[in-house]
Design a protein around this ligand. Structure first.
Ligand code: NAP
Length: 489
C-alpha cells in the first residue's frame, strides 16, 4: 500500500466501466485509499441495466473492453450484454474491488472547501464523506427517457423501457409495440419478433443501418488468443484502427464521403427489404453519421415478417387499449416497449455540485457543458470526469477515451498525493481556449445536420469529441501543471 495514500481519500462515483477502470488504475499504481460510490446494488452500469432481448455491444468486444484486461475468450465478435456484465464481474473479482464499493449509496450533493482542499459528498440518506479528489464516472446514458406522449400512463396493458426490461412479462403470443427505432430498438425488434403474435414498430425518423459482421469465435481461436496474447493485441489493434480509418465517414460533414457510406447502406436495405413501399419508409433523409449509425444484420429484414408492421404515422395519443395514430387508427396492444433512449447526462451536472466561491455547476453549464479536455472544470478543483463534455465517440469504443481520462486523472492524483499541493484548478483561459477549438472544429462535423441526443435543446454539441480517438488520447497523455492553478498547503 502506498503510504502517502492513507490520508488521501479518493471518491469514485459510479461502478460502471469508468469507475471500475479507475479503481483498477489506482490499485495498479498502489493506491488503495479510494471508495467507489454506487447507487445501485450491483456493479455494471449500463450493462447491468440494459438486459433487453438482443442487448449487445455494437462495437467489437475486443475493443469494447479494457486494454489492460483483455479477454481471450469472447464468445463472439460482438458480445451480448450478459457476457459483458460477466466480464465486468470477473474483473472486479480479480482485482478484489468489491471491498472498495459502497452499494446503494447515491451521492446527491458535493461541496468543495477551499481552506482544506476537500470535497464533502452527501448521500441521499444524508450521510457525509470527505474526499481530496473526486472522479465522477456516473455515465452518460443511464436514466431512461420516457417520451412526452399524451396519455402515456393511461395505457392499461404492460409498458416498460428497454433499459428497464420487465423480465417478469413474457411477450410470447402478445400484441406488442416498440416505440423508437434507435440502437436499442434495432436490437430488440429482431429478438422478440419471432415470439410475439404481432409487433408494431413506431418509427419517427428512419436511420442509417449497416450490417453487423458478427460471428462466434471457435474454441481453437479462443485457445490461440489465450496462448498467444500478442495475437489478441494484434486483433484488438486491427479492429481499433479500422474504426479510426472509417471514422471520418461517420463524423465529418463531408457529403462526398457520406455518400459512399449511404450507398452501401442503401444497397444493404435493398438486399434486406423487397417491398419498395417499405424500403421508401425506411430510407433515411439525413446525412450519414448525423445520428449514431445502427449496426444490425437482421433489423431491416425483420420488418418484412408477416407479423411485423412498421408504423410511420405519427402517434397522436396513448389510450388504455393501445396507441392512437394521427390517422385516427387505434393500434390495440397488450404491451408497449419504450425504446426512446436516455436522459443524456454527458453534458450536465450529475447532481448539485458546488465549487470554489459557491459556484454551482448547473449554473456554470447553463449555456452548455464545458470542461478542459472533457475532464476538469475551472472552479471545481480536484474533480475529474470520466466521459464528461465533448468526449463521446461517434465511431469507435468509448473505452479508448475513458482509459485516457483515467490515466490523466491518475497523473494528477499522484502529484496531489505528493503532499504539498492542496488542489489543482484548471485555468479559465486554458479551458476557454480548448473549448473554442472544439467548437470551431464542431462546425466541420456532421452532427449539426440533424436533431439527435448528441445535441442540446439549442442545437449546441457538448457531448461528442470532434475528431479521432487517437488524437484525443495524444492530447490527454500528459497532465500539465502549468495549465492549472495550484494551491499549496
Ligand atoms: P436513441 O438513439 O435516442 O433512440 C430513441 C428512439 O426513440 C429514436 O428513434 C427516437 O426517434 C424515438 N423517440 C423518442 N421519443 C419519441 C417519441 N416521443 N415518439 C416517437 N418516437 C420517439 O436511443 P437508444 O436506441 O436507446 O440509443 C441511445 C444510445 O445508446 C445510442 O446512440 C448508443 O450510443 C447507445 N446504445 C448503444 C448500444 C450498443 O450496442 N453499444 C445499444 C443501444 C444503445 P427520433 O429519431 O425521431 O428522435
Amino acid at each position: 500500500m502506498d503510504e502517502r495514500s492513507v490520508d488521501f481519500p479518493i471518491a469514485i462515483l459510479g461502478a460502471g466501466f469508468g469507475g471500475i477502470g479507475m479503481g483498477i488504475k489506482l490499485l495498479k499504481a498502489g493506491i488503495r485509499s479510494f471508495t467507489i460510490f454506487e447507487r445501485a446494488e450491483e456493479i455494471g452500469g449500463t450493462w447491468r441495466d440494459n438486459t433487453y432481448p438482443g442487448a449487445a455491444c455494437d462495437v467489437p468486444s475486443h475493443v469494447y473492453s479494457f486494454s489492460f484486461e483483455q479477454k481471450p475468450d469472447w464468445s463472439r465478435a460482438f458480445a451480448g450484454s450478459g457476457e459483458i456484465q460477466q466480464y465486468l464481474l470477473d474483473v472486479v473479482e480479480k482485482w478484489q474491488l468489491r471491498p472498495h464499493i459502497r452499494f446503494g449509496c447515491e451521492i446527491v450533493d458535493a461541496h468543495f472547501d477551499e481552506t482544506d482542499g476537500t470535497w464533502t459528498l452527501t448521500t441521499a440518506d444524508d450521510e457525509s464523506f470527505t474526499a481530496r479528489v473526486v472522479v465522477s464516472a456516473v455515465g452518460g446514458l443511464v436514466d431512461p427517457q420516457w417520451p412526452d406522449i399524451k396519455g402515456l400512463h393511461s395505457f392499461a396493458g404492460e409498458m416498460f423501457h428497454t433499459a428497464r426490461w420487465n423480465h417478469g412479462y413474457d411477450v410470447t403470443g402478445h400484441r406488442v409495440a416498440v416505440i423508437g427505432t434507435g440502437c436499442s430498438a434495432v436490437q430488440v425488434v429482431p429478438s422478440i419478433a419471432p415470439q410475439v403474435e404481432k409487433l408494431e414498430v413506431f418509427q419517427r425518423t428512419p436511420a442509417w443501418v449497416l450490417p453487423k459482421f458478427d460471428k462466434a469465435y471457435p474454441e481453437r481461436t479462443k485457445r490461440a488468443f489465450a496462448r498467444f496474447p500478442l495475437l489478441l493485441h494484434a486483433l484488438r489493434s486491427f479492429k481499433y484502427w479500422m474504426s479510426e480509418l472509417f471514422g471520418p465517414m461517420v463524423f465529418l460533414d463531408a457529403p462526398r464521403l457520406s455518400a459512399i457510406a449511404e450507398r452501401e447502406s442503401l444497397r444493404f436495405l435493398a438486399q434486406q427489404v423487397k417491398d419498395p413501399a417499405l424500403r421508401e419508409q425506411l430510407t433515411p433523409h439525413f446525412q450519414f453519421g448525423g445520428k449514431r449509425v445502427m449496426i444490425s444484420s437482421d433489423y431491416w429484414k425483420t420488418l418484412e415478417r408477416g407479423n411485423v408492421e412498421l408504423v410511420t404515422e405519427p402517434i397522436e395519443e396513448i389510450k388504455p387499449l393501445g396507441i392512437l395514430t394521427k390517422d385516427g387508427r387505434l393500434h390495440e396492444l397488450d404491451a408497449i416497449i419504450l425504446a426512446t433512449g436516455f436522459d443524456v447526462g454527458l453534458a450536465k451536472a450529475p447532481f448539485h455540485v458546488v465549487g470554489r466561491g459557491g459556484r454551482v455547476l448547473d449554473d456554470v453549464w447553463k449555456d452548455g457543458a464545458v470542461a478542459y479536455k472533457g475532464m476538469t472544470i475551472a472552479g471545481f478543483p480536484n474533480w475529474f470526469t470520466i466521459m464528461g463534455p465533448n468526449t463521446g465517440p461517434g465511431h469507435t469504443s468509448v473505452l479508448v477515451y475513458s482509459e485516457a481520462q483515467m490515466g490523466y486523472a491518475l497523473q494528477a492524483i499522484r502529484k496531489l498525493q505528493g503532499g504539498s499541493w492542496k488542489f489543482v484548478d484548471v485555468k479559465q483561459d486554458v479551458q476557454d481556449r480548448y473549448n473554442e477549438g472544439i467548437q470551431k472544429r464542431m462546425k466541420h462535423m456532421v452532427w449539426h445536420t440533424v436533431k439527435s441526443w448528441y445535441l442540446d435543446a439549442d442545437g449546441g454539441n457538448h457531448s461528442l469529441y470532434p475528431g479521432y480517438a487517437f488524437e484525443y488520447v495524444w492530447r490527454t497523455r500528459k497532465f500539465k501543471p502549468s495549465e492549472y492553478e495550484i494551491a499549496r498547503f
